[in-house]
Design a protein around this ligand. Structure first.
Ligand code: GLV
Length: 325
């Protein structure tokens, strides 16, 4: 193939279009290579850090990439993100090109399975039953019935809605909180900051799925935790920044209204060694594993989106920088 000339050489020269796809897999490189080799036959694929001529790169497929390296790609058309969150692409100095968020149903399924496992474990008292085994005790705990155990989901996009569907299929009532009003059959919707207090008070378990944006950072502070229902469960699978401080959460666990917290995301990750959350009796910590990008399905989503770009079709969901996600 004829090499594209750099922008500096363009004036008056024949210019070959940028057509290459730069893939920066971050982890599991072999699996990504195998998946994309099958899905992008005939494409000019470059594997980071072997960029080749930067002017030839049309698409970047990555979870993360340095601003300095991205700014060297003069013909970059779009970034296809290998994760659901996009805060890393919004730092100052990042190129102002479309960023496609990864909306992979397989990741949403995985997060729904995580949420169901840990919420049900708490609601049905399974941890207590496990602890009694060493005592050879045969005791059924008294627990709230499913029909009255309201699952409140903070953020009802692709992932939040999948979590809602999973619980609804098991007979749990669903509350959802979103920025603007929605309607979903069988779901009680709450919208906007004015209805957040009612949403928190009406939910037995609150599952945060919100992204980290200016509007969500520190959203759950002492005053908000005080609005949770008595003995509520708080689960965080969105971003750790939604919790204003570890101490505000600990105080809500120690003094009410919270009974327990299940945290798959924290701020920072991992937590500081002296964070009170590490050894709090009512906190279950998992290391940001609820929704790990699934190579096979994510590669399919990315390859389909590249085909849409090439065909001039609309590609969704795109990062909306004014909203922050
Ligand atoms: C994980 O948190 C992701 O954003 O994909």
């Amino acid at each position: 193939m004829m090499a594209a000339k750099s922008l500096g050489d363009m004036a008056g020269a024949t210019y070959a279009a940028a057509v290459a796809i730069l893939i920066n897999p971050y982890s599991r490189a072999e699996q990504w290579r195998e998946a994309f080799e099958q899905l992008l036959p005939g494409e000019d694929v470059r594997w980071y850090p072997d960029i080749g001529d930067p002017a030839e790169i049309e698409f970047v497929v990555a979870w993360l990439m340095a601003r300095s390296e991205l700014s060297e790609l003069p013909n970059l058309r779009a970034i296809l993100c290998l994760g659901a969150g996009t805060e890393q692409w919004q730092k100052p100095g990042m190129p102002d090109v479309p960023v496609v968020r990864l909306a992979d149903p397989a990741m949403a399924d995985q997060m729904a399975a995580y949420a169901v496992s840990y919420v049900v474990r708490h609601q049905r008292g399974f941890a207590g039953v496990e602890a009694l085994q060493v005592e050879r005790s045969w005791t059924i705990p008294t627990t709230p019935p499913t029909w009255s155990y309201k699952i409140g989901i903070l953020g009802y996009g692709t992932i939040g809605a999948r979590i809602g569907e999973a619980f609804a299929a098991l007979g749990y009532p669903i509350n959802a909180w979103t920025r603007s009003q929605r309607e979903t059959p069988g779901v009680t919707h709450f919208a906007g900051i004015d209805q957040l207090e009612d949403f928190l008070g009406a939910s037995s378990a609150v599952i945060n799925v919100l992204p980290s944006t200016e509007a969500t950072i520190g959203l759950l502070d002492r005053a908000r935790f005080a609005q949770f229902s008595p003995d509520a469960l708080f689960m965080n699978v969105g971003r750790g920044t939604v919790v204003e401080s570890d101490q505000a959460l600990v105080d809500a666990l120690d003094n009410g209204p919270l009974a327990a917290a299940i945290l798959d995301v924290t701020n920072p990750e991992p937590l500081d060694a002296d964070s009170p959350l590490w050894d709090h009796r009512a906190v279950t910590l998992t290391p940001h594993l609820s929704g790990v990008t699934q190579v096979r399905s994510a590669a399919q989503v990315v390859a389909a989106n590249i085909a849409r770009f090439r065909a001039g079709e609309a590609v969704e969901p795109l990062l909306d920088r004014s909203r922050g996600y």
